[in-house]
Design a protein around this ligand. Structure first.
Ligand code: SF4
Ligand code: SF4
Ligand code: FES
Length: 238
């Protein structure tokens, strides 16, 4: 049987990598490897997952230096030409233990970017109709598929340099709501994302867009927010 050498982060921010040996299997994912370690070798290993099919966004980790969703990342793809797998917690978030990070600041930033839908209809009103072919809808077709995995957030150097920066996921969410014709708080939302820690802090490095497992381009949404804030404050339509 082929054996895969794996190093897994143990402990908090001051922890260290621990080596393991895992049986190599066909079509094995990185999450399969972590699960094998936890079930067969180290029951105390802390990690998160839920759906195993790329829906819940909870299984993201750093794999050989790259933030990835581990349930949809095959070992072959993660290894490339290396012969050892190194698995750690996501960057840019506090480590609770082992592979588990504290996601509070990530989601607090969604709230700071006013990432909650704010409409004005009641349950007695008819369904709102947003036509798939409408210009606004086409602009956010991909962006609304975000699963909140924080891969983009862990990839962003601006978050690393400036922990106040709202980050690509929160700004992507704000962009989807700015383009939602049912939402009523566009101006307030633009104000929330226009500050020093908002969309204008993005350096357009594109790491978020390159890494997003759902093929979303937060960079494109952030560029839209930059334009919209400038037009809003200059008193012109976006
Ligand atoms: S494009 Fe902007 S948000 Fe995305 S990784 Fe680069 S700096 Fe961060
Ligand atoms: S934009 Fe992509 S990488 Fe970022 S949280 Fe959403 S799905 Fe994950
Ligand atoms: S376990 Fe749900 S996205 Fe990976």
């Amino acid at each position: 049987m082929k054996i895969l050498k794996v190093r897994v982060w143990r402990g908090g921010a001051d922890g260290a990598f621990q080596p393991f040996e895992v049986p190599r299997r066909e079509s094995q994912t990185v999450l399969d490897v972590v699960t094998y370690i936890q079930r067969a070798l180290e029951p105390a290993l802390a990690y998160r997952f839920a759906c195993r099919v790329g829906m819940c966004g909870s299984c993201a980790m750093t794999v050989n230096g790259v933030p990835r969703w581990t349930c949809r990342t095959h070992v072959d793809a993660a290894l490339k030409n290396e012969d050892e797998l190194t698995i750690g917690p996501l960057r840019n978030l506090p480590v609770i233990r082992d592979l588990v990070t504290d996601m509070r600041e990530f989601f607090d930033k969604w709230a700071r970017a006013r990432g909650n839908f704010e409409g004005n209809k009641t349950r007695r009103d008819d369904f709102a109709k947003v036509l798939p072919q409408s210009e606004d809808r086409k602009q956010i077709d991909a962006a609304i598929e975000c699963i909140g995995c924080a891969v983009c957030y862990a990839s962003c150097d601006v978050v690393a340099w400036n922990p106040e920066y709202l980050g690509p996921a929160a700004l992507n969410r704000a962009w989807t709501l700015i383009k939602d014709p049912r939402d009523q708080k566009g101006r307030e939302r633009l104000r929330a994302v226009a500050g020093d820690a908002g969309c204008h802090a993005c350096h357009t490095h594109l790491s978020c867009t390159e890494r997003c497992p759902k093929h979303i381009s937060p960079t494109r949404g952030i560029a839209g927010l930059k334009r919209a804030t400038i037009f809003a404050f200059a008193g012109r339509p976006s």
